[in-house]
Design a protein around this ligand. Structure first.
Ligand SMILES: [Zn+2]
Length: 261
């Protein structure tokens, strides 16, 4: 079975450059520079390397590169990805008159953490610490961004490490969370395989009923993820079946006729 192409993505942005009358909880009078994408990092599920792109490229080149990478993905994992990364990326693409990137499912580790657990904090750094898989790289705060925007080579080197570590941490956190999140990942693998890890070793663990359906509960013996499948209803009589098929055929027929006239 082909593995899904799962992309782990993180962007870094520059801050707004504004004019204001005040210095504390103040309104911007004028935006001199918008928030821009200044670098991004990504890796693939099953891949070993983190790729980074930043100071050697214009923002438009970075966005085109991101678009091309997204083209190869079945789904994208990002922390706060829908609210932040994807919206920033789309907004900046819009600015340059670029075409929309391929729409793919965003698997948001922040949403997963919020939905299923009550943890001390849902920030990526805190999740990494809580799960014992690493931390974000400590940096010099705004000074790092200041150095980067001034083109300082050392600062860019740091930004590269910081951005790449974010993606690596994202990947590790996701791997810890994924068997808790069948609803986020179930469509990554074909029917009959575990939605979290792709294993075919699913064990039936009883059934339950919803208002209209009977569902079989399945547990993956490899990763412990739970999923369910609909149990087919009892065979309908052959007469009812024939009527249903005819009805469908008739509808299709009239639609074709209508379109041709
Ligand atoms: Zn599994």
């Amino acid at each position: 079975m082909a593995k899904p192409k799962l992309l782990f993505l993180d962007i870094e942005t520059s801050p707004y450059l504004i004019r204001s009358w005040g210095t504390y909880e103040t309104d911007a009078l004028e935006i001199l520079e918008e928030v821009k994408v200044i670098s991004f990092s990504y890796r693939w599920l099953g891949g070993r390397t983190v790729t980074w792109s930043g100071d050697q490229h214009t923002e438009e080149q970075l966005l085109r590169h991101i678009g091309a990478v997204m083209e190869g993905a079945d789904a994208i994992v990002a922390h706060n990805g829908e609210q932040f990364d994807m919206r920033v990326i789309r907004g900046r693409m819009l600015k340059y008159g670029m075409l929309p990137p391929k729409p793919v499912k965003i698997i948001d580790t922040l949403k997963i953490a919020r939905k299923h657990f009550k943890l001390p904090s849902n920030r990526l750094d805190a999740l990494g610490a809580y799960l014992g898989v690493g931390r974000k790289l400590v940096h010099t705060g705004y000074n790092l961004w200041k150095g980067v925007l001034a083109g300082d080579k050392k600062a860019w080197k740091m930004m590269r490490r910081y951005n790449a570590q974010d993606v690596e941490l994202l990947y590790r956190v996701y791997m810890k969370l994924r068997n808790w999140t069948g609803d986020q990942t179930y469509q990554l693998y074909p029917h009959g395989y575990c939605g979290a890890c792709g294993s075919g070793a699913l064990q039936a663990r009883g059934t339950y009923r919803t208002k209209t359906l009977t569902k079989a509960r399945l547990c993956c013996t490899k990763c412990g993820s739970w999923t369910s499948v609909t149990v087919p209803k009892q065979r309908v009589s052959s007469h009812a079946k024939t009527t249903a098929v005819r009805g469908k055929r008739n509808r299709t027929g009239s639609a074709v006729h209508g379109g041709a006239s």
